[in-house]
Design a protein around this ligand. Sequence first.
Ligand SMILES: Cc1cc2nc3c(=O)[nH]c(=O)nc-3n(C[C@H](O)[C@H](O)[C@H](O)COP(=O)(O)OP(=O)(O)OC[C@H]3O[C@@H](n4cnc5c(N)ncnc54)[C@H](O)[C@@H]3O)c2cc1C
Length: 340
Amino acid sequence: MEKILLLGFADQASSKLLAEGATVAANLAASLGCSWEVALIGEKVQEAANTLGGSGAAKFYGVEGEDFAFARYSSDLPAAEALLKESQATVILVPGSSRANRVLSALAMRLGGRADTHITSVTAKEGKVLANRWFYRQRMEACFSRPQRPWVMGLEPGNVVPQAFSASSVQVQMLSVALPDAAKRTKVLGLKYPAGTAQTIRPDAKLLFVAGAGWTKKQADGQIHAGEAEKAILDFLGKAQASLGSTKSLVDQSGEGNAVLSFMTHLNQVGQTGSTPRHSKGLATCCHGEEPHVVGWRFVTERRAVNMDANCGWARGKTDVLYVADAFEVMKKVNEILSA
Ligand SMILES: Cc1cc2nc3c(=O)[nH]c(=O)nc-3n(C[C@H](O)[C@H](O)[C@H](O)COP(=O)(O)OP(=O)(O)OC[C@H]3O[C@@H](n4cnc5c(N)ncnc54)[C@H](O)[C@@H]3O)c2cc1C
């Protein structure tokens, strides 16, 4: 009989991550007919535990204190190890974040188990736990199981609709984990983001707005209008609260001495050598729609594009609607409508 543990961090309660993990854990436990528990690490864990009061978790464990407030391999790992040993769980579900993913493999190693990250779903068939994940830059999806236990799985965010669990006060069994001085040498002083990116990449936005190199190319008047492009794009992003994606050509331009959009970085790049965002809608502007770019749109279900070229890549079955138009004019009009 499996025993499931949701292992998370207290700061994941304010994002959807903890509720997503709890949703996966509750569904898996129901399919297997087994119980599931919650273990949390953080400066203070009670509040985060309470958010899962009505989730059906059988038991709550915690490791808390100043030493566990921030992501640090040398303190997170012994905390996670102590929690796992106490719970004796066989399947460990961890909401994926950079903090969590950093310790998963070492955790499994210490306990003689196995770890997998970027798991998109966990199900049960005939009493067997099955995990899904993508390989080869999201081209192939595998469904697999493992005989080794504990099996530690990092869950990719955004793959389940988190259940709205009712909150209530829960009893948390606190474990004390003593850290040697050597484990406390690293201190997190703050978080820094690349300029511009923090404001433009919004994974939870409904719309992905992609800007292509056309925004910085010579237009019908023979001139480049990069300043106007920046204004139109930022205006739209602010009004629609959309997330900003880019083509490789546009983000590469700064290195080639061409006109650039100042807020664009390589983190915005969508495609084969960029990211594969999961927004439900996408709007591509001044972007040709070549395959290495469009492959990054795999999970974007409703697609539209604005391009002056009726024969661009998008026209070849890659978008639901192609507006053959000047994106400068289209976005100006869209921004006017949004302002009104
Ligand atoms: C191995 C490999 C990996 C790659 N990985 C990626 C990747 O991850 N992501 C990625 O994006 N690319 C990737 N590429 C590059 C990709 O093949 C294309 O070169 C790139 O996506 C083109 O970018 P673009 O559409 O912005 O630019 P362009 O091809 O220059 O297209 C600009 C478009 O803007 C349009 N346009 C211009 N002015 C206007 C206007 N006023 N209104 C409307 N439309 C206008 C033009 O008609 C044109 O279609 C990769 C290539 C290779 C070989």
